[in-house]
Design a protein around this ligand. Structure first.
Ligand code: SDX
Length: 385
């Protein structure tokens, strides 16, 4: 335990800020330079030249697949993409009545019921569960979106790519090439991001030798929070509520006055522009050009004002500021934005969980006790004030 300079007083690192909790080869977040890479490949390279299936394989197995490995992995994902009927039924019962992240958390937990090895903890079984979860996440979120939108569930179309299939199962139509590329890129750039809160949750869970379903249920629960994955939903709602570039200055001042956190800005690691936000901003501008240019111009004004005011404090747009605008323009409902984040991040969650258990160590930090010194004398209840 760290001791502060002048006494034996232990130092508490709130939120474990700056603490290295593990070693990893899966991915690197360069917060000062604003760069993100997976197994040494920059996300811009992967977004331009790769696809989600390949990136998922890269994250999990540590190298770019050759043709045979790629074909086998794609086939494995396709063969595992369907869900047990009981899970579809649960989604039909629940999805219209609760937040889609609640539905997703429950459905993933329920999915374990149908896996005979759901409580196994050996690395081979964990890898099998991991690939099943990667394969099923788009189907789960697609089904939840359909029910949430008052539509029937669509089963996976094994002819489509991972991203295009997710688009189809969610929106009921096949994407055009540009929509497919946007969806694929969005999933790629969300696939992994160091020791973020939801990934850390997954690692804490799997470090107890719990199964992968439990670890991913922990991760989904954690992602839901507005300080993490839930920010994309709120960022778009904020931009829509501000409504025009002319309103931005006054609205932001009032929010800052009220000490509100501006959704889609700031980051524990990035103290410069989030490289993922740069990619999503380009898509947001392109996709709103025709029908909703004002929305993008409003967002751009908010960004300009925020950077002018907080840039010196290292507060810039993060991945959640423009993602919702892209998803909304593609046809997704706002409440499904965070589950879409989970469809991308499932590969990073399982990749880091599988990496961690190779040299497992139970996560169990300490807390600095600042309570009663004691020992206190016990008083029977009838003698208490
Ligand atoms: C994601 O970790 C990851 O990698 C996450 C993620 C991933 O891919 O997994 O990148 C995805 O979660 C992105 C972040 C999405 N969340 C939001 O957009 C919510 C708004 N952002 C803030 O809540 C905040 O920036 C955090 C939570 C993201 C990071 O906060 P920290 O590192 O804990 O820093 P902090 O809250 O202690 O803020 C430090 C200072 C404070 O001011 P002072 O008290 O020092 O005066 O900066 C201010 C904060 O008030 N600040 C903000 C702000 N973010 C920080 N002020 C206004 N609006 C903001 N958004």
């Amino acid at each position: 335990m760290e001791k502060s300079g002048n006494s034996a007083e232990p130092v508490v690192y709130r939120g474990l800020e700056g603490i290295l909790a593990a070693e990893t080869k899966v991915g690197f977040v360069d917060g000062q330079e604003g760069r993100l890479s997976y197994r040494g490949y920059d996300i811009n390279t992967l977004a331009e030249q790769s696809n989600y299936e390949e990136v998922s394989y890269l994250l999990i197995y540590g190298h770019m697949p050759n043709q045979k490995e790629y074909t086998e992995y794609v086939e494995r994902l396709r063969s595992e993409s369907d869900l047990p009927e009981e899970v579809y039924d649960l989604i039909r019962k629940q999805a219209g009545k609760t937040h889609p992240m609640t539905s997703l958390r429950t459905a993933v937990s329920y999915l374990a019921t149908f896996d005979v090895k759901e409580s196994a903890s050996d690395p081979e079984s964990q890898e099998v569960m991991a690939v099943k979860l990667v394969a099923k996440m788009p189907t789960l979120v697609g089904a939840i979106h359909r029910i949430f939108s008052g539509k029937d569930i669509l089963k996976p179309d094994r002819e489509l790519s991972y991203a295009a299939n997710f688009f189809y199962m969610s929106l009921g139509r096949r994407p055009d090439p540009m929509e497919s590329k946007m969806m694929d890129t969005a999933l790629i750039i969300h696939a992994d991001h160091g020791m973020n809160a939801s990934t850390f949750s997954a690692l804490v869970t799997i470090s107890t030798m719990a199964d992968m379903y439990s670890a991913i249920t922990s991760a989904i629960s954690t992602l839901k929070g507005p300080l993490h994955g839930g920010a994309n939903e709120r960022a778009l709602m904020m931009i829509q509520a501000i409504g025009s570039p002319g309103n931005a200055e006054k609205a932001l001042s009032e929010m800052v006055e009220r000490k509100e956190k501006i959704m889609g800005f700031g980051h524990r690691v990035y103290k410069v522009y989030d490289p993922r936000a740069k990619i999503l901003k380009q898509y947001a501008q392109y996709i709103t050009e025709k029908n909703n240019k004002n929305l993008f111009l409003t967002a751009n004004k908010i960004e300009e004002l925020m950077i002018n005011r907080f840039g010196s404090k290292g507060i810039f747009p993060n991945v959640d500021f423009y993602s919702g605008m892209v998803y909304s323009a593609l046809g997704f409902k706002t409440e499904i934005f965070t589950p879409i984040f989970a469809v991308g991040r499932i590969s990073g969650w399982v990749a880091r969980s599988l990496e961690y258990i190779q040299d497992n160590k139970l996560f169990r930090p300490k807390a600095k006790y600042v309570g009663e010194k004691g020992p206190l004398k016990y008083k029977p209840i009838n003698e208490r004030d």
